[in-house]
Design a protein around this ligand. Structure first.
Ligand code: XMP
Length: 507
């Protein structure tokens, strides 16, 4: 049985990070809301309690009933999680004199504590809390302190229960991964057997069992998630999987042709549909970004449905949904988990059952699975690209001519990033066609042509992003190449806004 760590989510910004760190230890884990512990699931070997935006003494604070877990499974509370366990066991939690935020060093470590094995005094931890634990019950003892925080970590003397005031999941806690390893492996007895190979083996077996001899249809977008889902399903059920790749006319230069060829090389049973005319006519004159998205989303469903209906006896719709799209968010905290439902409504409309083989994976794990499945790097390291494609990168109305101009500029930029070894250093990049014309001079002639903006960002999850600090020499070369080679463009700008307050896409 696949062992599992459960992370009880109390609404912290870093809950997903805890899960990623535990997975980095090759230990499988799942995030569940604080009040939805899967009682009776025998694969659970330990529980981590996340932080929270609340104080434990707030009326609205999330309160979990741990009575059935305490003493049976090892517990580790992080920040609010630690305060909650100390407070409910009779300790005191009070507002800290000033909010503790930033780096701190451990000045005391109990050498006997298994949680701090191989961690030395002086190790750096990351603090971010407005409250502090000022006293713990008699049954608890302090196992680590910093200069300012006496009870930086505690453990129960009689139960397998620990609490840490700092955030081991955050990169700046340099001993954080070791601490999580000590908990997950030594204390919980984790086997560390979760990796891409194990995932592929168990998922392929599960898919065979779940799908039997049923026929499955999947929409490919050229993106990493749908491509990896397709290759995984192909390994499980082969020709019973049919993939449909729709060209809405707003993909990158030559993308439809190139990606279709990649898919065929991977042995996928794929139907490519060029529906660009339909989309161009439906989008003619439309300038509102949300209407563009709606038209493309609805058009995609029409085309996909029409193609899929030609297939016989299809029972399942497969999708490349990944874990961050599925985690139930605690909306009361204002935490927004972004998901783009480009094909929302399809399973209901087509009366198909839904199959989502990647729904437990983070993006980097999807890439690792793709790699193990033998997919080429240029497919699995591909930047994210919005479902509506260049339609949301042409400000104002869309025409085939504008798309062609933008495709050329975008191609020069992206190829340049590859040639200069910069492509893998940025999260995503592209060119945006602006709805303005400006004056220029080429040779002896005055020009009055379009401007493009280049956008490249660094990010880990697209929720926040910074503009990529690309070398000036690179930007100069790309700007020259675009103006010299793309007819219709005489000005290039570089977008230096971060998200927030800007977004990654301009529309
Ligand atoms: P924003 O612009 O909101 O984008 O900062 C965050 C991430 O989402 C992508 N994006 C989309 N993806 N359909 C998609 O599939 C869309 O309508 C859409 N809009 C934005 C964007 O490229 C970035 O990766």
């Amino acid at each position: 049985m696949q062992q599992k760590i459960i992370i009880l989510d109390f609404g912290s910004q870093t809950t997903q990070l805890i899960a990623r760190r535990v997975r980095e230890l090759n230990m499988y884990c799942e995030i569940v809301p604080y009040n939805k512990f899967p009682h009776g699931d025998e694969s659970v070997i330990g529980v981590i309690l996340s932080g929270s935006p609340f104080s434990v003494y707030d009326e609205k604070a999330f309160k979990a009933d741990l009575s059935q877990i305490k003493g049976k499974l090892p517990l580790l509370g992080i920040c609010y999680g630690a305060q909650f366990m100390a407070y409910t066991a009779g300790g005191t939690v009070e507002p800290a004199g000033s909010r503790e935020y930033g780096r701190a060093n451990l000045t005391f470590i109990d050498p006997e504590s298994p949680l701090f094995k191989d961690i030395e005094t002086g190790a750096q931890v990351w603090m971010s809390h407005g409250d502090t634990i000022t006293s713990i019950p008699d049954d608890f003892k302090v196992v680590a302190s910093t200069e300012k925080v006496h009870i930086a970590a505690y453990q129960s003397k009689s139960l397998p229960l620990w609490g840490v005031q700092f955030h081991p999941e955050v990169f700046h806690s340099t001993c954080g991964l070791q601490l999580l390893r000590n908990f997950v492996v030594d204390i919980c007895g984790g086997r560390q057997d979760w990796n891409a190979d194990a995932f592929i083996e168990t998922t392929v077996a599960q898919l065979r069992e779940q799908l039997g001899n049923d026929k499955v249809v999947l929409g490919l977008s050229g993106g990493v998630d749908s491509s990896v889902a397709a290759v995984l399903l192909n390994k499980a059920i082969g020709k019973n999987l049919t993939c449909i790749f729709v060209d809405h006319g707003m993909l990158r230069k030559d993308e439809f042709k190139n990606v279709l060829r990649d898919y065929e090389c991977l042995g996928l049973n794929v139907i490519g549909v060029d529906a660009s005319k339909k989309f161009f006519s439906e989008l003619a004159g439309v300038t509102d970004p949300e209407r563009k998205r709606k038209i493309i989303g609805a058009g995609f469903i029409d085309v996909f449905d029409a193609e899929a209906s030609k297939l016989k006896d299809v029972k399942w719709l497969a999708q490349g949904t990944i874990y961050p799209d599925c985690i139930e968010s605690l909306s009361i905290t204002g935490m927004v988990i972004k998901s783009h439902h480009n094909v929302g409504g399809l399973p209901e409309r087509m009366n198909l059952k839904l199959c989502e083989p990647l729904r437990l994976l983070f993006k980097d794990e999807v890439r690792a699975v793709g790699h193990q499945l033998g997919m080429p790097d240029h497919l699995i390291k591909r930047h994210p690209f919005p479902g509506p494609g260049l339609a949301v990168r042409i400000l104002g109305d869309i025409t085939p001519e504008k798309v062609a101009i933008l495709q050329e500029a975008d191609h020069i930029f992206i190829q340049g990033l590859r040639d200069w070894g910069l492509y893998d250093q940025v999260w995503q990049a592209g060119a945006i066609l602006l709805p303005v014309q400006s004056v220029g001079v080429m040779g002896d002639e005055r020009t009055y042509e379009r401007a493009v903006a280049l956008r490249a960002v660094t990010s880990t999850d697209a929720m926040t992003a910074d503009w990529a600090h690309l070398p000036y020499e690179f930007l100069a070369k790309v700007s020259n190449d675009i103006i010299n080679h793309v007819k219709g463009i005489n000005r290039v700008c570089y977008d230096i806004s971060s998200k927030p307050p800007s977004t990654i896409e301009w529309e």
